[in-house]
Design a protein around this ligand. Structure first.
Ligand SMILES: [Zn+2]
Length: 309
């Protein structure tokens, strides 16, 4: 799996909920891969959606990373440092510049569909209602949506399988690029940030695979060269007893809850091992990565396994 040269990865939590077991699993894989491949780790906190961000959640990120021993090399040291130097609000001019390029390149159309109208379509697929309306992009209260259909096949550098072609995400035509309030969408801000910080390996849950494909399309149109070469690893998610992915509101799986219950970080790593059905219980991120990889190779790291033919 060392066919890709990677130098920097990132952990990118959003302070809109308490970090949970699933986040720690993801961060452990990120730290493990960074360690194995010689990449540094950037802590990048996505706080652009100010309606969902809470100070308590921001504090929780630092407390939990320290408590669980998750390392990072670059990025904010604490909430004060974050607010002074690293908040996404500091990069609004970068987002604005790129929104300007997007506007001038005729990549978007304005949409004034209300939430009610969108909900009535009873599907997550935007039906393209506003394309023909030709609303001005600077009209009040409109969002900007991606004009073109996504490419049929999108090339992704996959850490596990090498360069692979993915079918376009069916549900994501005309995704939102700029929200009603003028703030860039997660998809745009995320890809711009990763590019700006020269991140070239992204480890994220399989639920974000569609986001990856969308972001690759944005990067291509904006000619963000570094993102083109970024290597991705999409890992399976830890699910709850009902088979649902863990949510940020799930109190009993949040690290902050478990910590207040008196659990040590070692015990929480043992819990994660149990959730993942690992044969050996581990006590830290390093062992979690090693053990998970051992049990999941060659499924996720086929290049590392011996060929049987
Ligand atoms: Zn619309």
């Amino acid at each position: 799996m060392n066919q890709f040269m990677v130098s920097k990865t990132r952990i990118a939590p959003t302070p809109s909920g308490f970090l949970h077991l699933g986040n720690i699993f993801s961060f452990s894989l990120t730290a493990g891969l960074a360690n194995e491949l010689g990449a540094s780790i950037l802590l990048r906190i996505d706080d652009l959606d100010t309606t969902r961000v809470r100070t308590a959640y921001l504090e929780d990120i630092f407390e939990t990373l320290h408590f669980m021993g998750i390392p990072w090399d670059e990025g904010p040291l604490n909430t004060v440092d974050f607010n002074e130097n690293w908040t996404q609000l500091k990069r609004l001019s970068v987002y604005e510049e790129n929104l300007k390029i997007i506007e001038e390149s005729d990549l978007v159309f304005a949409c004034n569909c209300s939430r009610k109208v969108l909900n009535e379509t009873n599907t997550f697929i935007y039906p393209g209602t506003c394309i023909k309306k030709n609303l001005p992009l600077d009209a009040p209260g409109v969002c900007w949506r991606w004009k073109h259909k996504l490419s049929e096949e999108i090339k992704m550098n996959d850490l596990a399988t090498g360069e692979t072609l993915h079918m376009r995400p069916a549900l994501q035509h005309h995704f939102v690029v700029r929200k009603r309030d003028g703030i860039p969408s997660y998809q745009l801000a995320s890809v711009l940030d990763d590019s700006l910080f020269n991140v070239n390996m992204i480890v994220r849950g399989a639920d974000l695979c569609e986001s990856t494909l969308i972001q690759l399309q944005i990067a291509q149109k904006l000619q963000l060269k570094t993102f083109d070469k970024t290597v991705f690893f999409h890992h399976p998610l830890i699910s709850d007893e009902n088979g649902q992915k863990l949510s940020k509101s799930a109190g009993s799986t949040s690290i902050s809850y478990l910590r207040k219950e008196g659990l040590k970080s070692e015990t929480i790593f043992e819990l994660i091992s149990a959730e993942l059905h690992l044969k050996t219980k581990v006590k830290n991120w390093y062992d979690l990565y090693q053990q998970w990889k051992k049990e999941n190779s060659p499924l996720f790291f086929p290049n590392n396994s011996k060929k049987s033919n």
